[in-house]
Design a binder for this molecule. Structure first.
Ligand SMILES: NC(=O)c1ccc[n+]([C@@H]2O[C@H](COP(=O)([O-])OP(=O)(O)OC[C@H]3O[C@@H](n4cnc5c(N)ncnc54)[C@H](O)[C@@H]3O)[C@@H](O)[C@H]2O)c1
Length: 255
């Protein structure tokens, strides 16, 4: 029960990595604020945690809206009287090459994937500073430090998340707030499953993608959640400003 007594916000917890993280945190004793802009799936995650004896409330928010994010932090404090951990996980993916990215698509991706992380930090940090410390975990991607021609805006946003993580870690380290990010490769979530499904032969594509990994497979959401747990717990008390790469060896090779 490494998170016993702690209160944690997980955004995008209605699906995939966020859901697995919220569930694992609850198993480890944390009290959860489950955040999503999909009320049905978010409520389901919270309900599932409560049904297994955990503590969770659902809070609707579009993480790109300041008012929503501020309200989420207020809900955590009102309900649990504290805030120890924030996982800025919610994001969207729209495939487009740079020259085919509309201004609207660029703005949408940057506002959810980067501004959403900024807003989470902005509103959670004062509460954590007030309490003497906390841990923020930003979900970046290997696409924050290597490129994908079909995901121009997504890559730019994730690169921004890595940079913002370092800025926040430097600024608030003296007040006990640790800020780290996680950089996964492909993870078996609806986001990636949708990408496979759009191919005429989804199984062939899955095999082809898997073959690029040293471990010859993509990650499960639970494997990424384990890294978030490490960063949330006091066991990582000297880790800040870092990026944990969870990519089964995808980015370690040159040829
Ligand atoms: N799946 C992967 O291969 C992969 C790889 C690297 C990084 N990531 C990152 O991991 C995180 C989670 O991805 P996933 O694969 O679990 O995705 P997912 O699509 O399965 O889940 C994302 C969740 O975020 C919610 N969401 C999206 N925009 C939101 C908004 N504006 N406000 C509130 N909620 C919002 C969605 O409703 C959904 O429940 C993302 O930051 C993603 O970029 C995923």
């Amino acid at each position: 029960m490494g998170l016993k007594g702690k209160a944690a916000i997980v955004t995008g917890a209605g699906s995939g990595i966020g859901k697995a993280t919220a569930q694992l945190f609850a198993e480890e004793g944390a009290r959860l604020v489950v955040v999503d802009w999909n009320s049905e799936s978010g409520e389901q995650t919270a309900q599932g945690i409560r049904q297994t004896g955990g503590d969770a409330i659902f809070c609707y928010a579009d993480v790109s809206r300041a008012k929503d994010v501020e309200a989420v932090v207020e809900a955590a404090i009102a309900h649990y009287k504290r805030l120890d951990v924030l996982v800025n996980n919610a994001a969207i993916q729209i495939m487009a090459r740079l020259d085919q990215t509309s201004e609207e698509t660029w703005d949408r991706i940057l506002s959810v994937n980067l501004k959403g992380v900024f807003l989470g930090c902005k509103y959670a940090i004062p509460a954590m500073v007030h309490a003497g410390g906390g841990s923020i975990i930003n979900m970046a991607s290997i696409l924050g430090f290597v490129g994908d021609p079909d995901l121009a805006a997504y890559c730019a946003a994730k690169g921004g998340v890595i940079a913002l993580t370092k800025v926040a870690a430097l600024t608030y380290g003296p007040q006990g707030v640790r800020v780290n990010c996680i950089c996964p490769g492909d993870v078996d979530t609806p986001l990636v499953q949708d990408y496979f499904r759009k191919d005429p032969d989804p199984e062939r594509l899955r095999k082809e993608v898997s073959s690029k990994y040293a471990l010859r497979r993509i990650a499960s959401p639970g494997e990424v959640a384990q890294a978030a747990l490490f960063l949330a717990e006091d066991g990582s008390s000297f880790v800040t400003g870092s990026q944990i790469v969870i990519d089964g060896g995808l980015t370690i090779k040159c040829y």
